[in-house]
Every structure is written in C-alpha cells, then in structure tokens.
Ligand binder design. Structure first.
Ligand code: OAD
Length: 307
C-alpha cells in the first residue's frame, strides 16, 4: 500500500471500532483454537501434525482430485475437524456484539466449524468462504443431505455412501440378474464397458458423500462471489483475526480493500506478506476482551470474566 494512514495506536483502533458503521471481519482457524480445535499451520496445527505422521503434503486431505481417487484419507481424519456442538469463543461473541450494534458489514470466515451460528451471529452477516459441514453432497449425482446425517459415519471413520446411488446400483444389479443367461453376459459386458469409458474415479463409482466444505480444486460458494466485490467497496474498517492469510482468494481480500481504509491484524503470529496499519499479536480472545473493556463494551460469554 502506498498510502500511509495516521492509524497506528490502540486509541486509533478503539475509536475506529466504536465509530465504524461497516466493519468487515475476516476470520480463520485461530478464532476457534481456545476451544481445543487445532488450526492448520501453527506448530501444533492440524497440517503440522499430519506432516509429523508422515503425510508429505497434508493439504491433500482437502484436495478434490485426491478425494475422488481415495476418499478414505479424508474420512480417516474428518472426525478431527467435525464441529463441536453448541460452543463458541469470546471472539465469536465479539462479532455478535458488532452485529447487535449494527456495525458488522459482514464476517467472512474461512472456518468450517459453523461456530458463528452458535454465537448467534445472523446468518446473512456470515459468509462461510470454505463452506461448512451443514450439508453434504454426493460426489456423483450431487444429491444433497443435511450434514449431520453422515456425522456418525465420520466419527467412525467410515465412508458415507449416497442413498440414491446405492438404490440405483441395486436396481441395476437386479435388472441384470433378471435377464436370462445370454442377455446377462452382454449386459454385464456393456455395464463394465460403460464404467471404463466414462473413467469414473473410485468415489464417483460408488457415490461417496462429501461434506460441502470447499476442497482445493473447487470454487468457493456462490455467496462469496455474489457479495465480496460490494462488501470490499463498502467496508470502513477491516479486521483480520486468527488467520495466516495463506489461502487465496480469501487472502486477496486484504489487497482489494481501499488504501484509505484502516486494516488491522489480530493474530498469535505475525503475518508478514501483507501490510497492516496495526498488528496486535497475541491470543485473540484476550486481546478482544481488553479492547472491549477499554470501550466499555461487554461480550456476552461466560469466559469473559476469566480473561
Ligand atoms: P491457519 O492455521 O493457516 O492460520 C491460523 C492462524 O491463527 C495462525 O497464524 C495462528 O498464529 C493464529 N492463531 C492460532 N490460535 C490463535 C489464537 N488463540 N488467537 C489468535 N491467533 C491465533 O488457518 P487459516 O488461516 O484459517 O481450508 O487457514 C485457511 C484455510 O487453510 C482453512 O480454511 C483451511 C486450510 O486449508 C479448509 O478447511 C477448506
């Protein structure tokens, strides 16, 4: 950014949070770690752990092409990223407070834990840039079901299969079995012939369900594209919280915001590839509770008094 703002003290930040009308809050895994949910890239993060267990490129667990060939890798670890029921953090409580005060333009979250809903942030104020576990779709026929339908299988590290595709396969098998011997031979042959020419992957052949979280190789949900351009234009303060800003296109939001708009990072570790007017380094729950106290605001969360 060429334009330097006179915006570098805690007082500047407090004043901006108090007076801004259209705050864009961009969040990542770091806002949920105080609940024991690991982030991805910290030393104790999810990818780091997978790497220690011998997976060279841990991002392959969220790679669409890899999932199609071998969905079992994702389902062997998916239970570790299943959303916890009911809970949220003081930081989520802060975003809800901004919404209550009418100054939250939007919360763009990269998180798939859906804790924004637990905190009571209105759904129209939240954009789940990387989707969520709220629904799941069949990789073959796109049949959509409520996400919790497959939670039990996820917890047991099993492959959830599409009920629709299972029925279709059973029907096809019955039809083949009903044919007389000479016809069966031809049908079986054309059935496998069809399979091989279409070149379906393992997951596609069996109709494996996939939670509607955005994998590498997939486009972001439509709601992201429908809102981001206008929101970037309209925001008057950008707060990036608990994210390493390593994954595009969400990471690019920062550079799209007008240079005269204050940009703030609240994160445990520094983010050096992007320039912020203020970087507050530390645990986001503690920092936000400190800022709210200084503003005379109270976050509605049982842990606030302990911080
Ligand atoms: P990362 O793990 O890349 O970054 C999380 C950031 O949060 C790190 O920079 C930590 O320093 C910081 N952090 C951790 N705990 C914190 C705390 N208590 N207070 C403040 N900061 C804290 O996670 P994301 O940036 O969210 O994609 O990663 C982006 C995407 O990469 C994710 O959405 C995920 C992954 O591939 C999908 O799940 C599809």
């Amino acid at each position: 950014r060429t334009k330097k703002l006179d915006f570098h003290t805690i007082d500047h930040l407090i004043e901006a949070i108090k007076t801004s009308k259209n705050i864009l809050v961009l969040t990542g895994a770091g806002i949920s770690t105080s609940l024991g949910i690991p982030d991805f890239r910290s030393s104790e993060g999810f990818y780091t752990k997978l790497q220690e267990q011998g997976l060279d490129d841990p991002q392959t667990v969220f790679d669409l092409e890899y999932f199609k060939q071998d969905p079992s890798l994702f389902y062997s670890i998916a239970h570790l990223v299943l959303p916890p029921e009911g809970s949220f953090t003081p930081l989520h409580g802060f975003i809800k407070l901004l919404a209550d005060k009418g100054s939250l333009l939007r919360n763009y979250t990269q998180n798939i834990d859906n804790l924004e809903a637990n905190a009571g942030i209105p759904s129209e104020k939240v954009i789940q840039c990387h989707g969520s576990f709220a629904t799941a779709s069949c990789i073959t026929c796109k049949y959509k079901i409520p996400g919790e339908t497959i939670f039990e299988e996820i917890r047991n590290s099993e492959l959830p299969l599409c009920p629709f595709c299972i029925k279709r396969r059973q029907k096809l098998i019955k039809e083949i079995e009903a044919l007389d011997d000479s016809e069966q031979g031809i049908s079986r042959h054309s059935f496998s012939f069809l399979g091989s020419t279409v070149k379906r992957s393992y997951a596609e052949s069996y109709g494996v369900m996939k939670p509607d979280i955005t994998f590498f190789g997939e486009d972001l949900p439509r709601v992201f594209h429908d809102n981001i351009i206008q929101d970037v234009k309209n925001c008057d303060l950008l707060l990036c919280i608990g994210t390493s800003l390593k994954v595009a296109p969400v990471s690019e939001i920062v550079n799209k915001v007008k240079p005269e708009i204050p940009q703030v990072l609240i994160n445990k570790d520094p983010v050096t590839h992007t320039e912020f007017d203020i970087s507050l380094l530390g645990y986001c729950d503690e920092l936000i509770v400190y800022l709210c106290e200084a503003m005379g605001w109270k976050i509605d969360h049982p842990k606030v008094d302990e911080l």
